[in-house]
Design a protein around this ligand. Structure first.
Ligand SMILES: [Zn+2]
Ligand SMILES: [Zn+2]
Length: 69
């Protein structure tokens, strides 16, 4: 599994550590961003958030797209 961002930069020696949860492309440890994610659970009429955050991986590009204003 090759990191897509590294392939764009003509580097093919890196190994992907995860798959972006948004675009589905592989990302290496330099290009992947590991974020905490709240897990919502349905409780009665509302939603409650678990005490322990889950984890999601997004690639560099999607991370910029999500955080850019
Ligand atoms: Zn990379
Ligand atoms: Zn992505």
């Amino acid at each position: 599994m090759r990191c897509y961002d590294c392939l764009q930069e003509a580097r093919s020696d890196t190994t992907g550590i995860g798959v972006c949860s948004r675009c589905g492309l592989a990302a290496c440890e330099n290009h992947a961003r590991v974020r905490q994610a709240q897990v919502a659970r349905q409780v009665g009429m509302g939603a409650s958030y678990g005490r322990i955050p889950a984890r999601r991986v997004v690639c560099h590009t999607c991370d910029m797209a999500e955080t850019a204003h």
